[in-house]
Design a protein around this ligand. Structure first.
Ligand code: DGJ
Length: 729
């Protein structure tokens, strides 16, 4: 190095505190590490993401060869308009019109915020403007989950426009990237698609405004190899907790000399029609991106999500979920007080906890006898329910049942008194005709009066009938021609403000009704994501209740969401036996949507046995560790199991889907047991006099045998199922 260069280096070194160059900012859990380092240009660089190493000091430096020339290779939060020329995490227009943003490292703090949770906050600032970004990381130690998000604020001389504001910017250094994402349509939610990412940008996103997970769930699995399995291979799994328009971009830069050969994952609010005017002093917080990593396959990432969700991600994760009888597929809109009360006895006969009254109970001037009328008029229909909701609650209570009710409070039918009274509450673009979908429109929830109205729907039901224990909150259309009359000419951040309003209302409801159980529904699984699940106990994954389809859909849903959140109802759909249907539903949160009176005596008795078994084993299913054993996407069979924390009890579900003559029986090795323990196997969900399909029922095997040698597969016919209970001796 010549003298001039040496002098430059020396000057660079003295102009900043030496400590920040050497310092690794390591965000770690028990097994995962995400490590940052500050380079000589004060730029925060990601130096590592993967398996946690033995100590914070062993993570290597940023490659010094690149340091000064190109500070953008592994940037922690890429900024737009300056030197980074690919997809940025953040792009703004400063108050003076300058569209370039530079973020220098300022400081970082790490502290324990709960026994299992360590939070790191990294402060960044534009050197030329009072514009600030804090990157937050909450590291859940045992769960191996990192939640990350950002807070953005500014003290410039006027508003700054945020054009993009991602929740995170994650660099992946694998040579190839196999992405699995989950595409969905009505009754076909969570279909997995795996592909090798090509150079370019791939994105999963929503512009639906509400019901935003209807096409793509905001979740993904990423691996460096295509043959990742449940038990082997590296997986990075992520999900965005956001109920509005989202965008998760994967920009694959291959051998890009300027920008490196990394994959950049950029999850956040969709920038489409969402420029946000940030006033001086105002703080904007982005939604949380939740991710985990495993080098032992997909099973572990799911268990990580499940543990985190139960403890931190969903409403009342440790409260026992209620088994229920729902009337939707049994009656649709045609019912009255007597038919509903008549169904209560069925719920009681099955031994269920709750009866859920679905759509069709409200509207007087415009009775809700089909989906074309009544939405918005949340008073019980006097002809159908002369005694009101209170009467039904009383009748249910008298039979020892809890009572739940359906609502869709963000929506309105033009045939409603609400519509007649409040045209100013409708989301309709000026000079555009009303575009109805399911004959309904979206209300302008951004308007505080509409927020009061929506809160009031729940509040007044609870006042009238305080015994209501459960609500199913539905949402059956997306937002189009989006325009909020209350925002006037400032429509820019409409989608963002709608979602903020949605959370505000949910927050009010939760503050007043913490013990009310709530099911999240949006034409099935259109709102399944963790932004809303912070307020909900469980969700309705799909209106598709065909059991063989459910085996697949519940399999993919279980990658991210635990069994206690996943409502699974036995319905008339499908020609499979009642046993098969119940064995499928029991692996999620069990419910029924049938006319119990139509069951034969034998069926009723089997159903009662199954419900009793579910209640007896609900702890294992709800809180046990899930192991997916045989994939319905790879074979004509499926199997999964739950093991309780002390490994003393497990429950194995096995299904033969549409088997064929030439099928070979799957290898069926159990997982998650204690190899040293011995387990008695018992086939359950059988009537007393029925022979088990699994002849080894009653025998004892060691955990080691069950995991190494496995079980024999006896379900050779299509549409047959077994549930095996394992008890440690
Ligand atoms: C759509 C839901 O997914 C169904 O379960 C049912 O509640 C209907 N809406 C009622 O309109």
């Amino acid at each position: 190095m010549n003298l001039k260069n040496q002098l430059c280096c020396l000057l660079a070194a003295v102009s900043f505190p030496a400590a920040i160059f050497a310092q690794n900012i390591a965000i770690t859990t028990d097994h995962v590490a995400l490590v940052y380092q500050v380079d000589t240009n004060k730029q925060l660089q990601q130096v590592y993401l993967g398996k946690k190493l033995s100590s914070a000091s062993v993570y290597r430096d940023v490659n010094p060869g690149y340091r000064n020339e190109n500070a953008t290779l592994n940037t922690a939060y890429a900024t737009g308009g300056a030197t980074y020329l690919n997809e940025p995490a953040i792009a703004v227009q400063h108050a003076d019109g300058n569209r370039s943003l530079v973020l220098d490292y300022i400081s970082s703090q790490t502290k324990n915020i709960a026994p299992d949770v360590v939070q790191t906050d990294i402060q960044l600032k534009d050197p030329a403007y009072p514009f600030f970004v804090t990157l937050h990381y909450k590291a859940f130690q045992q769960e191996d989950i990192i939640e990350t998000w950002t807070t953005i604020w500014q003290e410039e001389k006027g508003a700054v426009t945020l054009d993009r504001y991602a929740s995170a910017f994650i660099n992946i250094a694998w040579p190839q990237n196999y992405l699995t994402h989950f595409y969905g349509e009505y009754e076909k939610e969570m279909e997995p698609y795996q592909s090798l990412l090509q150079p370019g940008i791939f994105s999963i996103q929503s512009k639906l405004g509400v019901r935003t997970a209807a096409n793509y769930n905001p979740s993904f699995l990423l691996s460096p190899a295509s043959d990742v399995s449940e038990t082997s291979g590296e997986v990075l799994a992520g999900t965005l907790a956001y109920s509005g328009n989202f965008n998760i971009q994967f920009e694959n830069l291959k051998l890009n000399i300027d920008m490196g050969n990394n994959l950049k994952i950029i999850p956040g609010i969709n920038a489409y029609a969402s420029a946000y005017e940030l006033r001086p002093g105002e703080k904007f917080e982005t939604p949380r991106f939740i991710f985990t990593y495993s080098n032992t396959g997909r099973g572990q990432v799911s268990r990580n999500f499940h543990h985190w969700a139960i403890d931190h991600g969903i409403w009342n994760g440790h409260q026992k979920r209620l088994t229920l009888l729902n009337n939707w597929e049994a009656t649709y809109f045609s019912f009255n007080q007597d038919t509903i009360a008549g169904l209560f006895d069925g719920a009681k006969q099955l031994g269920l906890d709750l009866f859920l009254l679905d759509d069709g109970w409200f509207g007087n001037k415009y009775p809700r006898n089909n989906s074309r009328a009544g939405l918005g008029d949340w008073q019980a229909n006097k002809r159908k329910l002369p005694g009101g909701v209170g009467y039904l609650v009383k009748e249910a209570t008298a039979r020892g049942l809890k009572f739940g009710i359906w609502i869709e409070p963000e929506m309105v039918n033009p045939a409603s008194e609400l519509y007649e009274k409040h045209k100013d509450w409708l989301m309709i673009a000026p000079n555009r005709p009303e575009h109805l979908y399911r004959t309904q429109l979206v209300l302008d929830l951004i308007n505080p009066k509409v927020q009061d109205f929506v809160f009031g729907v729940i509040d007044s039901l609870m006042q009238q009938a305080p015994g209501i224990a459960y609500m199913k909150w539905d949402c059956n259309r997306s937002m189009d021609n989006a325009y909020s009359p209350c925002l006037g000419k400032k429509q820019n951040a409409l989608y963002v403000r709608y979602t903020q309003a949605y959370y505000k209302v949910l927050g009010r409801i939760r503050a007043k009704y913490p013990d009310l159980d709530m099911m999240l529904c949006a034409s099935g699984g259109g709102r399944v994501e963790y932004g809303a699940m912070k307020y909900f106990n469980e969700f309705w994954p799909s209106d598709n209740t065909y059991p063989k389809d459910r085996v697949r859909l519940q399999w993919t849903t279980s990658y991210f969401y635990p069994a206690l959140t996943m409502c699974a109802h036995v319905t008339a759909a499908g020609r499979e036996s009642l046993k098969y249907k119940m064995d499928v539903a029991m692996s999620g949160k069990l419910g029924f949507d049938i006319v119990v009176k139509k069951l034969t005596e034998g069926e009723l008795s089997l159903a009662r046995t199954t419900v009793d078994n579910y209640h007896r084993l609900q702890q294992v299913i709800s809180y046990g560790d899930l192991y997916r054993l045989i994939s319905p996407y790879a074979t004509n069979f499926a199997s999964l199991m739950y093991v309780n924390g002390s490994k003393t009890r497990a429950l194995v579900f096995a299904y033969s889907q549409e088997t064929m003559q030439q099928d070979t029986w799957p290898e069926w090795k159990l997982q998650g047991l204690d190899p040293k323990k011995h387990y008695r196997i018992k086939e359950i969900n059988l009537l007393n006099d029925t022979r088990p399909q699994f002849p080894e029922s009653g025998q004892v095997f060691s955990g080691e045998t069950l995991m190494a040698q496995g079980l024999k597969w006896y379900l050779k016919k299509s549409e047959t199922s077994s549930v095996l209970e394992l008890e440690a001796m």
